[in-house]
Design a protein around this ligand. Structure first.
Ligand code: PEP
Ligand code: MN
Length: 341
């Protein structure tokens, strides 16, 4: 259920309705839009108990939400959510690009890659310190040492950093260093992890599971939102299909489907999505043209020597070309590429 208040509802009226909902044993989440304030009623409440609230004078109407996710739905929040991380915005009319290595391999390489992607126009730095590798014998990441390099590099270049947290036990450590906590595809339905990262209040980059539907993805976002953390950025990173010419199949239509169903920003990861360097540029163009709020791209100075995912990393000069194309496509759509101050 959502309760749409009349325009100009006062703070006192909002507090009043929230306390009435709570006294029914239900949760209440307030979304203040430009034109309307909407109060979401959370919990499997008896609809008959909420319905009478429609009689309150400052309530415009009480509307059932049909989708299984509520706080993530456009019905709850008609305007786009803009997630702001240290002055970098995801959503609205900006196109925001996160770039960096798959994994932090050493300090020097990280600084080189970060400087190159910043110069080309990326506004956030990615890099894995704890890597979810298919084989236990593959490079697993530098752990805290990698987090320290990321923090140092992010501070020096003025770039927010995005890094994955794989396990609830690692949240205190990773949140100490990271600006955005990434939930990887393999953990999209690790519900305990979603709940716990929701409690941190940090912006969360939630990647779509490789066999998850858009509905599953939005329900996972709902776990985070239901903890009072509204800063969720969704990421389409390709799904498993019968097609084997690419590592995954990038579901471009998911961008538009998500934007129809949800107010949350959505970006596309063409690196994991395709697994192929030669496809990153065309798929990035397609993602931005489809309305994505940004991209997450793997970049490496020397992909053939990368410890992880070298085959899907761009060289810095190719990343520059990507940014040039993204700028032009963004402009056609009346958007602009987010810039670091
Ligand atoms: C990553 O972005 O580092 C990553 C491992 O991606 P995914 O979870 O989408 O496979
Ligand atoms: Mn990778």
């Amino acid at each position: 259920m959502i309760i749409i208040l009349q325009p100009g509802a006062t703070d006192e009226q909002i507090r009043d309705i929230v306390s009435r909902i709570k006294s029914l044993g239900l949760g209440a989440m307030v979304s203040r839009g430009v034109h309307r304030t909407i109060v979401g009623v959370i919990g499997e409440g008896d609809k008959l108990r909420v319905k009478p609230l429609a009689a309150i004078p400052f309530v415009e109407k009480v509307v059932p939400i049909m989708s299984p996710y509520k706080l993530a739905s456009r019905e709850f929040r008609p305007e786009d959510t803009i997630v702001e991380v240290k002055g970098v915005r995801f959503g609205g009319d900006e196109v925001t690009v996160i770039a960096g290595p798959c994994a932090v391999e050493n300090r020097d390489m990280l600084f080189q890659i970060a400087s190159a992607v910043k110069a080309a126009g990326a506004s956030a730095l990615r890099g894995g310190a704890f890597k979810p590798r298919t084989s236990p014998y593959s490079f697993q990441g530098l752990g805290e040492e990698g987090l320290k390099y990321l923090r140092e590099c992010g501070d020096e270049l003025g770039m927010p950093i995005v890094t994955e947290v794989m396990d609830t036990r690692l949240i205190p450590l990773v949140e100490k260093y990271a600006d955005v906590l990434q939930i990887g595809a393999r953990n999209m339905q690790n519900f305990n992890l979603l709940t716990e990262v929701g409690k941190t209040g940090k912006p969360i980059l939630l990647k779509r599971g490789m066999s998850a539907t858009v509905k599953d993805l939005l329900l996972s976002a709902e776990y985070i939102l239901s903890q009072g953390n509204n800063n969720v950025i969704l990421c389409e990173r390709g799904i498993r299909t019968f097609e084997d010419s690419t590592r995954n199949t990038v579901d471009i239509s998911a961008v538009a489907v998500i934007q129809h169903a949800s107010h949350l920003p959505v970006i596309v990861d063409p690196s994991h999505g395709t697994g192929r360097r030669d496809l990153i540029l065309p798929v990035s163009r397609a993602a931005i043209a489809a309305g994505a709020n940004g991209l997450m791209v793997e970049v490496h100075m020397c992909p053939q020597e990368a410890l992880c995912d070298g085959e899907q990393a761009l060289l810095p000069e190719d990343f520059e070309q990507l940014m040039r194309d993204v700028r032009r496509i963004a402009e056609v759509l009346g958007k602009r590429v987010a810039q670091l101050n």
